[in-house]
Design a protein around this ligand. Structure first.
Ligand code: AMP
Ligand code: MG
Length: 420
């Protein structure tokens, strides 16, 4: 229980104790960015018949196979078909029908020629260049086939996916619910954002940083405020947090004399799975579950370090992937890129180090440099960071020019592997 977990072991442990939330129905427009909880089948063919892909003329290929600009083929135009209109006339040999993009191709015609490759001449049209046989016709069902599954459960709803949902008339979409999240800061020294300034206190940053990190993942958490380092108050606040799918408590999780979070969680019946991770910044990080975990309406509980930077780094490595797994996503981890180090990095071996970094383009790649002082209380360097340079646990020092993995902190780009 007191052994250090590697970052990867800790991630695997957490992910093995959370599962997908129940499905819920949301309005089509609210489904953007969510994950489909069921397969979606087409309820019609699209296009519903063969349609023209171009503005042009529908005709019989055999009539015009020999056409050239010098010896054009003359066809008599017998119909004018617009999108949404059914053709009235069969196209016989020597004839053509003017046709608009999306309009159904008439019986008898097997090919459409673009208007640009023709010349109108009274009631006739001159064909100057033969297209390929069958050209410019979108066959029935090319886009959607009635009854066929067009979107699989687990699909992330992008604007393109949402367009398909609209075409199959899904005004309500079944998506995985997002977990509810409660956030609690702990510490006698903390001052709430609405409290008057007291020079001897520390303004609570963690509640708000964690709030923002949840929001960046599409989840609006509930702030439970600040609990003092006092077992009775802490117990009441933590118990409140157990009403949620996920509880994020920061501070008071280490071995200090006033660190009551772990014993209080124990007393509340939470099973603690680990509380130390071999990383910097970040350890101590405690993780536990109530009653078999969130899959059975229990709660996943994260005891995050009090230092604001550590708390934020732990959120990105552990909490974010858990929230995304619960929300049904397959890609759980922040995207990584490779970059070259701008300068040497010294490090103690034994712990993975997440170095706050900025990136600069350099030819085909990137150069990564540290944002400066890496103290776990220095929020400024977190505010500037575009990503974390990941220094693996076994690595002691790195030189300028070395290739490194950088985890990107901004945007909604995620990947299936942590890449640690
Ligand atoms: P702890 O983990 O409780 O020992 O706290 C470690 C450090 O983080 C201490 O310097 C705390 O004052 C600071 N800290 C704890 N919680 C917060 C918070 N919510 N906002 C800002 N700093 C905090
Ligand atoms: Mg504390």
């Amino acid at each position: 229980m007191t052994a250090y977990r590697s970052v990867t072991e800790a991630q695997q442990c957490i992910l093995s104790h959370v599962s997908q939330m129940r499905p819920e129905a949301v309005a089509l427009h609210d489904s953007l960015g969510r994950v489909l909880a069921e397969d979606v089948a087409a309820n019609r063919n699209h296009p519903p018949y063969d349609v023209s892909a171009m503005d042009g003329y529908a005709l019989r290929f055999a009539d015009i196979a020999e056409a050239t600009a010098d010896t054009p083929v003359r066809l008599n135009v017998v119909d004018d078909i617009r999108a949404g209109q059914m053709p009235q006339v069969k196209v016989l040999s020597g004839r053509a029908a003017r046709i608009m993009t999306g309009a159904p191709t008439p019986a008898g015609a097997d090919t459409v020629i673009r208007v640009e490759d023709t010349e109108a001449d009274g009631d006739d049209v001159l064909i100057l260049v033969p297209p390929k046989q069958g050209a410019n016709i979108r066959p029935l069902g090319e886009n959607l086939r009635d009854g066929e599954v067009v979107l699989k459960q687990g699909t992330e709803i992008s604007p393109g996916v949402l367009a398909i949902l609209a075409m199959v008339k899904q005004k309500q979409v079944s998506v995985f619910a997002r977990p509810t999240v409660a956030i609690l800061s702990t510490g006698d020294e903390l001052e709430g954002i609405d409290d008057p300034i007291d020079e001897n206190k520390i303004p609570d940053a963690n509640s708000h940083a964690l709030y923002a990190q949840c929001r960046a993942l599409g989840i609006t958490p509930t702030l439970l405020g600040i609990a003092h380092d006092n077992p009775i108050e802490l117990r009441a606040k933590l118990a409140q947090g157990l009403e949620y799918d996920v509880l994020l408590a920061s501070g008071g999780v280490s071995v200090g004399h006033h660190d009551f979070v772990r014993p209080t969680l124990d007393a509340l019946g939470i099973t603690m799975h680990f509380w130390r991770v071999a990383m910097r910044p970040g350890h101590p990080l405690a993780f536990g579950t109530s009653k078999g975990g969130p899959s059975e309406n229990g709660t996943a509980v994260f005891g995050l370090p009090g230092n604001p930077v550590s708390s934020m780094v732990c959120f990105e490595q552990f909490v974010g992937p858990a929230l995304r797994a619960m929300s049904g996503y397959k890609n759980l981890f922040r995207r990584t890129i490779t970059a070259r180090l701008a300068h040497d990095l010294k490090d103690r071996a034994g712990r993975a180090h997440f170095v706050r970094a900025i990136l600069q383009r350099d030819g085909d790649g990137y150069i990564a440099s540290s944002t400066g002082t890496q103290g776990s209380g220095v929020l400024m360097s977190m505010a500037q960071a575009e990503g974390f340079i990941i220094v693996p646990a076994e690595c002691e020092s790195m030189q300028a020019g070395d290739k490194v993995v950088v985890q990107l902190l901004q945007g909604m780009d995620f990947q299936s592997e942590a890449d640690l």
